[in-house]
Each structure stands twice: as C-alpha cells, then as structure tokens.
Ligand binder design. Structure first.
Ligand code: CO
Ligand code: CO
Length: 347
C-alpha cells in the first residue's frame, strides 16, 4: 500500500535528466527536419519548439513530466504542471491548452492519489490562463506526471535562450536549492518551513506581465535540470559568440536551510552529475565551500527564469518582478566578452 507518494519513486531521484552530452550525441543521429517555419526545434536546444504560422502568429509546443518530489499528491500535481508550463513562458509565450500525461501503478488502486495529482495540475493550467483539454495515462510502477502544452507567441517577440549581449545584466527570479530540499524530503529530514518555501517557489508560475516582457530582454531560459551553471553555460555557449559571464555568488538567491542539508549529505545524484559536466566551464575566483558550490549545480524542478537584460532596464525589471511576486529576484551578474574555456567567473 502506498503511504507516501515519494516511496513509489526509485532511489535514483527526481528531476534527473539524461546526461546532456549523451543526449546531444544520439539526438544528432536523428534526422532533423529543417523548415523555415520552425523557429525553434531540435537543433536549437530550446526550451520549447516554436512554429511560425504567419507573420503574427507562432505556436509554442512543449512536453515535460517528472516523478514525485513531495508527498502531497495535489502539491505534486501543481509542481509538475508549473514545471511543464514554464517552457512556454521561457519562450515569451502564453499557454493556450494542455494535455495531461500521467503514469500510475494500476494495481495499487489508489485512484484518490491520482485524482489529487490531476486536480493540482488542472488548477495550475487554469491559473496560467490555459485550458486542460484531455490527456493520456499509462500503467507504470513509478508515478510520473506532466503536461504537453500548446501556447501562442508573436514570432517577432520570441525570446531565445542563446541571445545574450555583452554588458547585459543577469537576473534570477527564484531562489536555488529545491533539488537538495527534495533529496532531504526523501531522506525524511526536511523541516516543514523549508519544504513550504520550496513548494511555494516550485508552484509559482514563471508568468511575466506584458510590461516586463516588453522590456529589452535579450535572452531567457528557465533554470531546471542542468542547474544554474548548466543553463547559463548553454546561454553563453550556444550563442556562438565570444561571451562569458561574471556571477556574484553572494547575490544568488538560495532557499534558507539548504546548506545544512548538503552538510548532512543530502546531495542529489543530478547535482554531482551536473558538477562533473559543467564545472570545467566555471572559474572560482573566491573560496567556495562544497555546500555553497554544489547549489550552483543543483537540478531545479520548476526553477526560476534566468533573464539576460539590457543594463538600462534592469532596475525597472527588478521592481516589476518584485511586484509580480518574484520577491527574491536578484541581479546575479553580467555578461562579458570571453573566449576562455572557463566562460563563467564566480566572484
Ligand atoms: Co526549460
Ligand atoms: Co523542459
């Protein structure tokens, strides 16, 4: 009998993604359709695919599903949906409709849990301004839930994840650490106040107001499975330009309590994997203890947006973000010119 949703997930942990290098390798073997209507697709390493219907209309299309990372099924549904919707917002789009994709162990007959998961998801789709239009379920020992989402975007206003400019300021809109906290939940040592904080941020939609989107945002992505350094390095390296970033560690928002969990061994496999892959891109110019450094690589589920913005508009952006409930939004650094292997300087 299932007592706790998370006991149904395997020890491998959640939010873990396939190693990006392996992924790149086998994706490169898949025949890619080149089509000028596809503004973002397989070859772009983007958050979501974008299809240009006409001069003024683009369709954003994305799919994501995750394993439970909290015990409350309604909250898990909310987190999974918020996480799936995020990739539409990260392209500068608006969700239109969504379909559920859910895996659940049939033999357990715990349909009340399933109902709660789907209710959580439906509530978030509605909050995002979309319509939940159906879905698909399959029998699986390990529960998983997420959405396929279709959204709308003006093709001229798509915000790509690889178009930062020298001199831009970098903003992070949510604090880091939810991967470590979900590891602590699994280890049954997480305290309620810390879990509540993590849940608060993971269920906050990455929806920005029109006013914010109309500021001069050059590049946008959401911080998810590859952690802050992973997603920032994507932004810089995929630009194809000689770009680097200077990030100020003390300015990076981190959920209170996270460092204590790292010190008790609550580090996910995903964080260690990300560190192994991406630490060669990051140069440490300050003394960073392990518990601090690992947070930069912590895989985030439903993490915040990483915004690369014109320095002239950064103050206005921060003000608006705070008004829109992203109260821990901070300027964490800036985009610099760099051709060194270590593109990210941690100061
Ligand atoms: Co994303
Ligand atoms: Co995604």
């Amino acid at each position: 009998m299932i007592e706790k949703l998370m006991q149904m997930t395997r020890a491998s942990g959640c939010a873990a993604k396939i190693n990006p290098k392996d992924l790149e390798n086998f994706l490169s073997k898949i025949k890619q359709t080149k089509d000028k209507r596809l503004l973002a697709g397989l070859e772009h390493n983007e958050d979501a695919a974008v299809y240009k219907l006409d001069e003024n209309t683009g369709i954003v299309f994305t799919l994501d599903l995750i394993t439970p990372l909290v015990n409350d099924p309604y909250v898990f549904g909310q987190i999974a949906a918020t996480n799936s919707l995020s990739d539409v917002f990260a392209m500068g789009g608006r969700p239109l409709m969504a379909l559920n994709i859910v895996c659940f162990p049939e033999e357990e007959k715990k349909y009340n849990l399933l109902e709660e998961i789907l209710r959580g998801g439906a509530d978030k789709v509605a909050e995002a301004g979309g319509i939940l239009a159906g879905g698909h379920s399959l029998n699986d020992k390990e529960p998983k839930y997420g959405l396929a989402v279709v959204g709308l975007v003006d093709p001229k206003k798509v915000i790509y994840n690889n178009t930062p400019e020298v001199g831009d300021f970098l903003i992070l809109t949510k604090p880091l650490g939810v991967g470590i906290i979900s590891t602590a939940i699994k280890g049954e040592i997480a305290e309620k106040r810390v879990v509540d904080k993590a849940v608060f941020w993971m269920t906050k939609l990455n929806k920005l107001s029109q006013e914010l989107l109309e500021l001069n945002i050059h590049s946008l992505t959401d911080v998810t499975g590859f952690g802050l350094v992973g997603h920032l390095s994507e932004m810089l390296l995929l630009s194809g330009k000689e770009l680097g970033a200077k990030i100020m560690f003390e300015d990076i928002p981190v959920i209170e309590g996270v460092y204590d969990y790292v010190n008790t061994g609550m580090v996910s496999e995903g964080a260690m994997k990300n560190r192994k892959i991406y630490s060669c891109i990051a140069e440490k110019n300050i003394n960073l203890s392990f518990e601090k450094e690992i947070v930069l690589y912590d895989p985030q589920t439903s993490g915040g947006l990483l915004i690369s913005i014109d320095p002239q508009q950064v103050e206005k952006a921060i003000k608006l973000l705070h008004q829109e409930g992203f109260t821990e939004s901070k300027i964490i650094g800036e985009v610099i010119k760099s051709k060194s292997k270590e593109r990210i300087k941690i100061c």
